[in-house]
Structures are given as C-alpha cells and as structure tokens.
Design a protein around this ligand. Structure first.
Ligand SMILES: NC(=O)c1ccc[n+]([C@@H]2O[C@H](COP(=O)([O-])OP(=O)(O)OC[C@H]3O[C@@H](n4cnc5c(N)ncnc54)[C@H](OP(=O)(O)O)[C@@H]3O)[C@@H](O)[C@H]2O)c1
Length: 306
C-alpha cells in the first residue's frame, strides 16, 4: 500500500531543478522529508548479490581500466578479474591502486596497477604500453576515470573548466588513441563511462555535462571508424551511484542521500558500484555483439519518470 502525501509535495522535475541530491551541492533539507512520505512497504528491488552464477566471459582476455582505484572502476576491476580477465588499471592514488591489485590477487585473479593521470599523454601512453607489454595483448578498454564539478557557469574558472574537460573528455580521447592500435590487432570492445547527464541534466553541471555529452559523439564516431575492423564502442551512462564521488558530493548528509534515493522513480534506491560495473561487463562482453555506437542508461528508471 502506498501512502501519498498530496500536500506541497514537489514533483520530480522540481526536485531535479532544485539541484538534486547533493550531486548539485544544494541543500535538500525539507525536500527529503516531504518525499519520504512516498515510501512504500514493498521492497521491489534489492542490490545484486554475489549469488549470480559464476561466468568466465573474460577468460584469456586482457582488460584495461582507467580510474579503478575506487568506485565503479574498482568494482569493475574486481568483476572482470573474477570472470577470468587479466586486468591492467590506473589512477593517481598509488596506495589505493596497490590495495585493489592485492585484493584481486588474493582472490586468485591477475591484476596490475600502474600509476597514471589520464590527463597526461605520456602517462596514458606509458600505462597502455606497460600493460600490453606485460600481458601481450589488449581485448577490452573500460575508460571510466572522471570527476564532477558543480558550479553556476559564470563562476567556473578557466582552470576548473579545463580540468573537468581534461579529466572526463581528453582522458578518454588519450586512452583510446593509445589503446586502438592494440585493439585493431585482434578486435575488441571499448566502454566509456559517461553519465545520466547525457540524457537530462540539472543546474550547476555545465562543465560536467558538456564533457559527458561529448563522449557520446566520440563513441559514435569511433564505432563508425572501427566497426568493420572488429571494435565495438559504447557509452555506459550510470545514474546516481554510491561511490566516493557521490559521498564527496553529498558530504555524507543523510537528507541529501535520501533525496537522491527518492529521485530514482522506478527502483527508489541508488545504484551500487557493483551493479554499474555489471553493466560495463555486459557492454564489454560478447553477450551483445550487435550493440555499438550507443549508450546504455543504467539509472534505475530515474529518467523514465521525467
Ligand atoms: N557516482 C555517480 O553517481 C556517477 C554517476 C554517473 C557517472 N559517474 C561517472 O562514473 C565514473 C567513476 O566515478 P565514481 O562514481 O566511481 O567515482 P570515484 O570513486 O571518485 O572514482 C573515480 C575514479 O577516477 C579516477 N580518476 C579521476 N581523475 C583521474 C585522473 N586525472 N587520472 C586518473 N584517474 C582519475 C580516480 O582515481 P584517482 O583519484 O586515484 O586518480 C578514481 O579511481 C566517473 O567517470 C563519473 O563521472 C558517476
């Protein structure tokens, strides 16, 4: 039975335009209290568990991931390794990189962390070269590194604009530039992490949305350029996901977290990093050989309610 609070309840568009969920850095006090009344007693959706049947879609494959020291990339590194891949990954925080590498190895997987900043051409080239040198080939690239900036456009400094474009867009271009010559040897797949902001965005996300939407164009042209040579290129557009990025933007404020959850109309919960990683594995795998040049929106139905 659903209990509705019909008085002064904001609709979804008002919620979104108010600045969602801490992801916009705007206080959601009050909104959460009003929307909590929509709570249902049923629990229609629970995060995926490890009860999923073990698969080996990536046995003998080499997978490269940018930004796997935390969040979605980290969950993907663990998931790819669990399915048999040799995983090469990067990020700037060497302590976290070593932790992820060790965790995978202790579980019987094979992973190599290389410290690299995706905005720096020499570091990206060296990351790609060292992984291919170590594992002898490249089959899958998950170009995931990114970071968010929330500010009204006129307050964004030129340095902040450039950093956001460089991290989210130039970083993917650089990774692909150095990965594609290796992928052309055997064919393969590229998955790029964009965002739900490619579909609908909110105030304060000018720099982030510009970068993430550009990734769609990049992926589509790359799909055309390399499709006949056996490379598929797709974008994964996650919805609100419980990662360190989300925790940074909400500041751990329970009301902002609750307001985020309420925005996800269909499932009424935010994603786990592991669930988004599963979508990346799907796009990277041979489970979808006819899917290329498109975006998979993994948003728990949030955009369906717009
Ligand atoms: N969480 C969400 O709600 C959400 C929603 C939609 C899309 N996304 C996207 O999902 C992707 C992963 O984010 P997340 O939520 O998992 O956040 P996260 O936990 O902060 O992870 C971001 C990853 O990117 C890496 N990174 C950032 N800048 C980098 C740089 N210059 N060079 C190398 N690595 C860099 C970070 O590593 P280091 O800091 O160690 O360098 C980290 O491993 C991002 O592209 C983000 O835009 C997230």
């Amino acid at each position: 039975m659903t209990k509705h609070n019909t008085h002064r309840q904001p609709n979804r568009r008002q919620l979104i335009q108010t600045g969602l969920a801490g992801m916009a850095g705007v206080s959601m006090v009050g909104l959460a209290q009003q929307t909590i009344a929509q709570e249902t007693t049923a629990q229609p959706s629970q995060p995926a568990t490890n009860s999923v049947t073990r698969r080996d879609r990536f046995a003998d494959k080499v997978v490269m991931i940018t930004g796997a020291t935390s969040g979605i990339g980290r969950a993907a590194a663990i998931a790819f390794a669990r399915e048999g891949a040799k995983v090469g990954f990067c990020g700037r925080r060497a302590n976290l990189g070593a932790e992820v590498e060790q965790q995978i190895r202790q579980s019987g997987g094979d992973a190599t962390y290389i410290k690299a900043d995706v905005t720096q051409p020499k570091e990206v080239a060296s990351f790609v070269d060292r992984i291919v040198e170590k594992y002898g080939q490249l089959d899958v690239a998950f170009n995931n590194a990114g970071d968010v900036l929330t500010k009204p456009l006129h307050e964004i400094t030129v340095e902040e604009w450039d950093r956001t474009q460089h991290t989210n867009l130039r970083g993917v271009f650089l990774a692909m530039k150095y990965q594609i010559p290796h992928l052309l040897k055997r064919g393969g797949t590229i998955v790029i992490t964009a965002s739900q902001h490619t579909v609908a965005t909110r105030p304060g996300f000018a720099a982030y949305t510009a970068a993430k939407r550009a990734l769609l164009g990049l992926a589509q042209v790359a799909a055309l350029d390399y499709g006949r040579q056996g490379i598929r290129v797709n974008v994964l557009s996650p919805g609100i996901t419980d990662t360190p990025l989300f925790q940074r933007t909400t500041g751990g404020n329970p009301e902002k977290v609750e307001a985020s959850r309420q925005l996800v109309d269909a499932l009424k919960r935010i994603a786990t990093a592991e669930e988004i990683a599963e979508a990346a594995l799907f796009l990277a795998s041979n489970d979808c050989p006819y899917i290329t040049g498109t975006s998979l929106l993994a948003d728990g139905g949030m955009m369906s309610g717009l």
